[in-house]
Design a protein around this ligand. Structure first.
Ligand SMILES: Cc1cc2nc3c(=O)[nH]c(=O)nc-3n(C[C@H](O)[C@H](O)[C@H](O)COP(=O)(O)OP(=O)(O)OC[C@H]3O[C@@H](n4cnc5c(N)ncnc54)[C@H](O)[C@@H]3O)c2cc1C
Length: 487
């Protein structure tokens, strides 16, 4: 089934426990910290459920329709469809929702394409992931994930015995029904808007941390689970005009605290196996399907940013100056390069040998690294080409409401064919993208959403065909004659 936006919003009123500082949120859908983003997400569900958008947003199987990000790809055409659906979602959110509904869903779909990986040494969890995949797609659910230990886990010994709880999420008990979890887990982006959270370890943990290896799924309203959101930018966005992005696209980031949360065995995927808890993503299509979405999402954002920068240079009347045009050309080349890297993942896709195909994982990791490396440069260019113009703008759009300021504003702030209001609107947008607290969080997100840079590059290191590269060198070295060695 495909949920409408209304059904999605109704699902958020499920009694989950959310805190903003010391305030307990009664209603996520109506709270001023989340209202705008919740409606943006509802718009995505409506778009997807609209039969006019069936292609590329959904697919049919045995008479039922499912979201395209649950499609297990069997052909290049399926990959194209998945990619187009990611683009449609990313373009409607300007690439500002990192964990839109297609991100974690793609991870789970990738695992469900090779569930046998979960069966080791007598343990049999493959059926659980297959069932969970069915549960998500049949109910058109939205899942987030927390797959990183809380930073406090590095200081384990200051907690523990004396304070009676664990900083790091782990299994503290198990019985016939399932496992019991206590501790803290980082950092379920968009979790406040999700139906479910996937718990696991994309960041490696050492083999002795068996109880932290737990990989499972939990509904957001599970008893004992509390969601602690960081400062919500939407709450501090005074008007939509002055903070156009924070007002509608703050996906939020959530720390999770588990206090005796019971997870039934059917929702447990890895237990007591530290190495396996990490491997399952990179030894299946999971990590690649999930992060193809990240690449596409970044591309949509880059196009949006390129448009903003170009408009700003036009507004300032500097776009034709050769040095400025050279910078814009560099930006355009970056945008096109990323587009090419994404299309290459489809063109040179992988056959998985079990009837399924995957995007080219090496190109995906290359793009992931490229995005992480380039975002600061992209933002630096935006800052440079904006000059000081953002600070020439009046404090806020209330200038239009006061007859004493309105006419002066309209006369002095207009430029060429652009009205004063149009100019302020554009510069407010630019500032929200790179300068406001919302923009600053975006920069942190692009730096860390897939892990720190050494982890991201390690994926490329792991997947590179080093022996093939070495063979090229050997071939060349062998072709060089050695003087005096005629044998
Ligand atoms: C906005 C945002 C959204 C996020 N969303 C999610 C999410 O949805 N789900 C999720 O699970 N996680 C999410 N994360 C968490 C993310 O995975 C981590 O922030 C990331 O893995 C870095 O871990 P850390 O923050 O604990 O930093 P640390 O591990 O404390 O690292 C701090 C710095 O030290 C460096 N460093 C640490 N260890 C080493 C080492 N061994 N060698 C060299 N350098 C090192 C790092 O590169 C980094 O620069 C998000 C993070 C951010 C900022």
């Amino acid at each position: 089934m495909l949920r409408t936006g209304k059904e999605f919003l109704a699902g958020l009123k499920d009694g989950r426990t959310v805190y903003i500082g010391g305030e307990k949120v009664e209603d996520v859908v109506e709270h001023p910290a989340f209202r705008g983003a919740a409606r943006t997400l509802a718009g995505l569900f409506d778009h997807k459920a609209d039969p006019a958008n069936a292609e590329p947003m959904s697919f049919e199987e045995e008479g039922e329709r499912f979201s395209s990000y649950y499609l297990k790809p069997r052909s290049k055409e399926d990959l194209v469809k998945r990619s187009r659906a990611h683009y449609a979602i990313a373009e409607r959110t300007y690439g500002l929702f990192g964990r839109s509904p297609d991100h974690v869903a793609s991870f789970v779909t990738g695992l469900a394409m090779n569930p046998e990986i979960l069966d080791r040494d007598g343990d049999s969890y493959s059926g659980n992931v297959t069932d969970y995949y069915e549960h998500l797609r049949r109910n058109d659910l939205y899942a987030s994930y927390a797959v990183h230990p809380a930073p406090q886990s590095k200081n384990e010994n200051i907690f523990g015995d004396t304070r009676g709880y664990q900083a790091v999420l782990q299994v503290v008990g198990e019985d016939d029904d399932g496992v019991i979890l206590n501790g803290m887990k980082m950092l379920a982006t968009a979790g406040v808007f999700c139906d479910e959270v996937w718990i696991g370890n994309l960041t490696p943990i050492s083999d002795d941390k068996k109880k932290e290896a737990i990989t499972c799924a939990v509904p957001m309203n599970a008893e004992g689970l509390t969601l602690w959101v960081r400062k919500p930018m939407e709450l501090y966005a005074a008007t939509e005009f002055d903070s156009p992005l924070a007002s509608n696209f703050d996906e939020s980031d959530v720390m999770l605290i588990f206090d005796e949360v019971r997870v039934p065995w059917e929702r447990v995927f890895v237990h007591d196996r530290a190495a396996l808890s990490r491997e399952i993503y990179v030894r299946t299509a999971s990590h690649t399907l999930g992060n193809h979405q990240s690449n596409v999402r970044f591309h949509a954002k880059l196009k949006f940013i390129a448009g903003i920068i170009h408009k700003i240079t036009q507004s300032a009347g500097v776009d034709k100056i050769p040095v400025v045009a050279e910078k814009l050309g560099r930006l355009a080349a970056w945008e096109a390069a990323l587009g090419g890297m994404i299309q290459g993942q489809i063109h040179d896709h992988e056959e998985l040998g079990n009837g399924y195909v995957n995007f080219n994982r090496r190109y995906m990791y290359a793009a992931l690294n490229w995005c992480q490396e380039h975002y600061p440069e992209i933002i630096a260019m935006m800052r440079e080409l904006s000059g000081g113009s953002v600070f020439q703008m009046p404090a806020d759009i209330s200038v239009m409401e006061n007859p004493a300021t309105r006419d002066i504003f309209r006369d002095y702030w207009a430029a060429g064919n652009e009205s004063a209001v149009d100019r302020v609107k554009l510069y407010r947008l630019a500032w929200d993208m790179y300068g406001s607290e919302f923009g600053s969080r975006q920069q942190q997100y692009e730096n860390f959403f897939a892990g720190p840079s050494f982890i991201v590059r390690n994926h490329s290191f792991r997947e590179a065909p080093w022996s093939a590269f070495g063979a090229v060198v050997d071939g060349f070295l062998d072709s060089i004659p050695v003087p005096g060695d005629s044998e």
